[in-house]
Write a protein that binds this ligand. Structure first.
Ligand SMILES: Cc1ncc(COP(=O)(O)O)c(C=O)c1O
Length: 347
């Protein structure tokens, strides 16, 4: 299972992964939350299904026009047993399906099958306009899609996700996001510790783009000369840790709340996820380390929001009553024990 594209609009090489999986008879599942629009425009990256994914799960409300809570499962090929998929789906399904939501999925499907190329082409043009406007503002750096490629496993970048680096202004993304909302009535799709990301859609016109550019111009003017103050957060390599228990066991195990200073070396019981970008830093069953605690503390200090933690202010961590059997390895080293909970391949 791979999470691609990311909410920043960057996709990995699904075609290569699909080939590797298929050689071994394993189905490839993609979290296509941000990629449903890719099926409807030649100007966007190729869709997961076109690249050979067997099952793709996408949010109609994110990049198409579904009402919130509309997601679709798309399946192709023979590797996923559709009867089994149906049974699994029914385990979770409500017995009172919403006509409104299902109609909204069908309306979005119809709209994009019919007009997707034109609508998404407009979004790409509006995103280019935004890039041009922002490129002229001192202190802002708009990341060109091509710059994202070749880094780690990135092979495609969606041009409608406009990533704006604020490093030159000395203001963090969370604070800039608050100011855009409070002072200009503008909501961007995503903020992180040092960036904003505007998701430009077919519904935006020149006036919308110019309004955002003018708001950022004002922000940049107010922060001129503050360069270099933007905080950095930990590199992912320092956040590796050991899995001491299966996630399910840890989540349901007897637990207690401990202060951050007593949390290092204990087994985490929650799904601790700074959002955005929504990437879990501590899963249930993982051993809490000092670098992870410092990282989470800096995310909260910068104004980030941590989902999944019982105490979202992170004054306390929910940990299992049981302690890990082996000592915590130093950050970045190989886990002392083989990771638990590897998925069973059961086509
Ligand atoms: C990568 C990813 N997968 C899944 C989801 C959740 O999708 P949904 O909103 O359809 O529940 C999100 C939501 O932000 C996401 O970013």
């Amino acid at each position: 299972m791979v999470f691609t594209p990311t909410c920043y609009g960057v996709s990995c090489d699904v075609a290569a992964l699909a080939e590797l999986c298929h050689e071994r008879g394993i189905p490839l599942v993609t979290d296509d939350a941000w990629g449903l629009d890719h099926s409807f425009s030649g100007q966007l990256p190729p869709s997961a299904l076109r690249c050979g994914a067997d099952l793709a799960i996408g949010s109609v409300h994110k990049s198409l026009t579904g009402l919130s809570q509309t997601s679709v499962l798309s399946v192709q090929g023979e590797l996923v047993d559709r009867h089994r998929l149906q049974r699994c789906f029914e385990l979770e399904e409500s017995t009172s399906a919403s006509t409104l939501l299902i109609s909204s999925i069908d309306g979005a499907r119809r709209q994009f099958v019919r007009d997707g190329e034109e609508l998404l082409g407009h979004a790409v043009r509006m995103a280019e306009r935004l890039r041009r406007r922002l490129d002229a503002i001192d202190g802002l750096r708009v990341v060109p899609p091509a710059r994202l490629l070749g880094e780690a496993a990135a092979v495609h970048a969606d041009p409608t996700h406009v990533i704006i680096e604020l490093g030159g202004l000395g203001i963090g993304g969370y604070a800039a996001d608050d100011r855009l909302r409070d002072e200009h009535g503008i909501d961007v799709e995503l903020a992180d510790h040092r960036r904003l990301m505007a998701l430009v859609t077919f519904a935006h016109d020149e006036a919308d783009i110019d309004r955002l550019a003018a708001a950022l111009e004002q922000l940049a003017a107010e922060h001129a000369g503050a360069a270099g103050q933007t905080e950095r957060i930990a590199s992912p390599d320092t956040l590796l840790t050991e899995h001491a228990m299966l996630p399910r066991e840890a989540f349901f195990a007897p637990s207690e709340m401990v202060r951050p200073e007593d949390a290092a070396g204990r087994i985490n019981a929650d799904i601790v996820t700074p959002y955005p970008p929504g990437i879990t830093v501590l899963a249930p069953g993982e051993v809490i380390t000092e670098p992870i605690l410092e990282h989470l503390e800096s995310v909260v200090a910068l104004g980030g929001f941590v989902e999944g933690a019982t105490d979202q202010a992170l004054d306390r961590f929910r940990v299992t009553a049981q302690r890990p059997l082996s000592p915590v390895p130093p950050a970045g080293s190989e886990p002392a024990t083989p990771p638990l909970g590897r998925p069973r391949v059961d086509p």
